[in-house]
Design a protein around this ligand. Structure first.
Ligand code: FES
Length: 399
C-alpha cells in the first residue's frame, strides 16, 4: 500500500464557507475589516492551518541550541508539531514530530539525544528521521519505510525557523526586515547570536480570542491611552506624534520614545518627540503572520530583548508567548532595574487579555459583520489583514 502525504489542491473547507473573495477584497481596499466569520468560525481555523501556518515559517529557538550533534528543539507550526535537530554531520534537519507508528509525539521540549525514541511503544528514529529499530521487530514488516515526515528548517540572525510546507524561502518571508535591522544600527536586538541567553518566558498567556484579534491588538496603540493608562502608556509616549507605525513588504514596525516624565524620573535625558529608526527607545518589529521581535529598551547597548509569537490554539483561543533573552555577562540597562520592563509588560498583557476576549465576544454575536479601521493609527492592521487575506484568498479562488 502506498501512503499518500499529498495535500489536496482544492480546499473543500473554503467551498463550504461560502465567503465571496471579491467582496472581502473590496472591503479591505475600502478600509473595512475582514468579516467577523473569519474570526469566529472553526472551519476558518482549519483553513488557516493549511493555508497560513503550514506554509509560513515559525520561530523555534536559537542556533546556539542546535550546535552539537543530537541537540534538538520542538515547536508547533499551527496544529503540526515539529522537531528540529542537529544531526551527526552537524547539519540542521526538521521533521514532523509525529511517530509513524500510531501518532505519538516522540520528541518533547528541547535537549540533546543520540536518537529520537518514541516513549509510547519505543520506536527509534535516528537524527536523519529514519526508523532504526522497533521492539518486537519480527512482528513488523517494511518498517524501514516509516521514517519521520520531513519538515523544513532554516536560520537567520542566530534564530531557527521551521516550516511544514513553505510557500517561499525564509529570506523571502522576512522581506525587508534584515535591511531595516541594518538601518536601525549596531545595537539592534534582532541578532540573537551566542552572546545572548534565553531566560524564563516572561509571558505565556492564553487569550480567549482568535489569533488575528490578538495580533491586531498588538499592532495598534490607538487603544493605549484609554486601556493602558497605568502600564504601557506610563512608560512610552503613545500620542500620535510620539508613537509611529510603519509597514514594510512582509511586516510592520513601531517606533516610540519614553514619555518625558519617565525619562526625567530615571534621568535619561531629553527625548525627541518624533522617534526615528536609529534612535527610538522602542523598536518593535512584526513579521507576518505572528513573529515579533526586538522589543527592548535599546539605548546604545541593549541587554535584554524579547522574541514573541502568537500560536493559534482554536478559532477562539490563542497563546501569546514572549521569550525573553539577556546579553551574557553585562549589567542590565533597563532603567526600571532588571526585569522592570517585563513587569510593566505583564501588566499591559493582563489588560490585553481582557480586551481581546471582549472583542471575540462582540464578533461572535454575529451582529457586526465588518468594522472600520482608522487610517493612520491602524495602518498596521490594514497591512496585516491584507497579508492574511492574500494568503487565504487562493483557497477560495480554486473553486
Ligand atoms: Fe510511537 Fe507507538 S506511537 S512507538
Amino acid at each position: 500500500v502506498r501512503l499518500s502525504m499529498a495535500t489536496a489542491a482544492v480546499d473543500p473547507v473554503a467551498r463550504e464557507l461560502g465567503i465571496d473573495p471579491v467582496e472581502v477584497d473590496e472591503l479591505l481596499s475600502a478600509g473595512y475589516t475582514l468579516p467577523a466569520e473569519l474570526y469566529t468560525d472553526p472551519r476558518v481555523a482549519k483553513l488557516e492551518d493549511r493555508w497560513i501556518w503550514q506554509r509560513s515559517w515559525t520561530f523555534a529557538g536559537l542556533v546556539q541550541d542546535l550546535r552539537e550533534p543530537g541537540d534538538y528543539l520542538t515547536a508547533k507550526v499551527g496544529s503540526v508539531p515539529v522537531v528540529a535537530v542537529c544531526n551527526k554531520e552537524g547539519e540542521l534537519r526538521a521533521f514532523v514530530n509525529v511517530c509513524r507508528h500510531r501518532g505519538f509525539t516522540p520528541a518533547e521540549g528541547s535537549g540533546n539525544r543520540k536518537s529520537i525514541q518514541c516513549k509510547y511503544h519505543g520506536w527509534v528514529y535516528d537524527l536523519n528521521g529514519c526508523l532504526r529499530s522497533v521492539p518486537r521487530a519480527a512482528e513488523v514488516d517494511d518498517f524501514a519505510e516509516f521514517g519521520l515526515v520531513p519538515a523544513h528548517v532554516d536560520t537567520w540572525a542566530g534564530m531557527v525557523f521551521v516550516s511544514v510546507n513553505p510557500r517561499e524561502s525564509l529570506a523571502e518571508s522576512l522581506g525587508e526586515l534584515p535591511a531595516l535591522q541594518k538601518a536601525a544600527g549596531a545595537s539592534s536586538v534582532f541578532e540573537l547570536h551566542d552572546d545572548w541567553v534565553r531566560q524564563e518566558d516572561i509571558i505565556h498567556e492564553e487569550f480567549r480570542a482568535n489569533w488575528k484579534i490578538v495580533m491586531e491588538n498588538a499592532l495598534e496603540c490607538y487603544h493605549c491611552p484609554t486601556a493602558h493608562t497605568h502600564s504601557f502608556a506610563e512608560v512610552f509616549n503613545v500620542d500620535p506624534e510620539g508613537y509611529t507605525f510603519h509597514n514594510f513588504d512582509r511586516g510592520m514596525y513601531h517606533l516610540a520614545n519614553f514619555t518625558a516624565e519617565f525619562a526625567n524620573r530615571y534621568s535619561l535625558g531629553e527625548r525627541d518627540q518624533q522617534p526615528t529608526l536609529e534612535t527610538a527607545d522602542l523598536r518593535l518589529f512584526f513579521v507576518w503572520p505572528t513573529f515579533q521581535g526586538g522589543m527592548a529598551v535599546e539605548g546604545a547597548d541593549a541587554t535584554e530583548t524579547v522574541m514573541a509569537h502568537v500560536v493559534p490554539l482554536a478559532h477562539d483561543r490563542s497563546l501569546y508567548q514572549f521569550m525573553s533573552y539577556r546579553r551574557k555577562g553585562v549589567e542590565s540597562t533597563d532603567p526600571m532595574g532588571p526585569g522592570g520592563m517585563s513587569e510593566m509588560l505583564l501588566q499591559t498583557f493582563a489588560e490585553d487579555v481582557a480586551l481581546c476576549a471582549r472583542v471575540q465576544e462582540g464578533l461572535a454575536s454575529g451582529m457586526v459583520r465588518v468594522g472600520k479601521t482608522v487610517a493612520e493609527s491602524e495602518t498596521n492592521i490594514r497591512h496585516f489583514q491584507r497579508l492574511t487575506w492574500d494568503a487565504l484568498a487562493p483557497a477560495f479562488n480554486t473553486r
